[in-house]
Design a binder for this molecule. Sequence first.
Ligand code: HEM
Ligand code: HEM
Length: 217
Amino acid sequence: MPYQPALLRILHGLITALVIFALVSGFWVYNTYDQRWGQLPLPNLEDIQGIHGTGALTFLLLLPLFVIYSFHWGYRRLIQPQAWQQLHKIGQPSSWAALQKILNSVMLLAATFAAITGRLMQEEWLPRGELNHWAYGGHLLAWLVMLVALILHIGLGIKVGGVPLILSIVQIKIRPNDRLQRWLQGWRLTPSRLLLAWEILIMGGIIAAFILPVFSS
Ligand code: HEM
Ligand code: HEM
């Protein structure tokens, strides 16, 4: 079975749980107040916005840690400078792997977009029936993008590494060589210019997500 570093499994696992929670509780918010594109027979939860907001805020607090991990420890799994050449060899395993790395990088962008638009929302809007705020539209779009990206991310994982790869990332058993000193080995400051640019974009977005509500309220 392929091996994933302990720190990756921990951060990736927490982020995954929080994203799934945000997708479900976010849908529940939509289901309670909006229903323009259909609805499921879910019970009405009084404080569904608060429940979503709490999980989502935890997600936002953890996101920069996962991003820093991915860019400086897990950079081999993000988009590579030679990605375009590899993509052109359509159908070969290397092109699928290149696509997977691009998609991993897109996951971080999708998560950031969801965080920014979520932070721009106000809890009073939906109960008042105000469904036309652009921040809400953006946040709904972010939900869709996140869902599609997640499905593709899992699908490409299966395509590239099969079920064993998927199992390796949710594996919780700690191995002897998972000792704490080893967690932080293999660090690189700037793996490539491409990744540096991508990281500035994403970290800029996360910082914006933290501070934007200060200006909009
Ligand atoms: C149909 C889907 C969704 C709806 C209707 C929705 C709705 C909302 C609402 C009403 C708020 C404001 C709540 C508050 O301020 O307490 C909010 C905040 C937020 N949402 Fe969503 N959301 C959805 C999906 C998502 C997803 C998929 C993510 C992340 C992956 C996400 C991340 C956030 C974040 C980070 C906040 C800010 C939390 C805070 O500052 O307390 N949302 N969302
Ligand atoms: C059930 C859900 C998920 C599964 C099964 C899954 C699976 C995987 C697997 C197998 C890898 C390792 C790929 C490799 O070794 O080449 C990986 C890496 C990655 N995943 Fe996920 N993933 C899930 C959810 C998510 C979510 C929600 C996000 C982001 C919001 C995400 C972002 C990433 C990133 C950025 C990497 C690369 C990490 C690094 O740089 O080391 N994944 N995922």
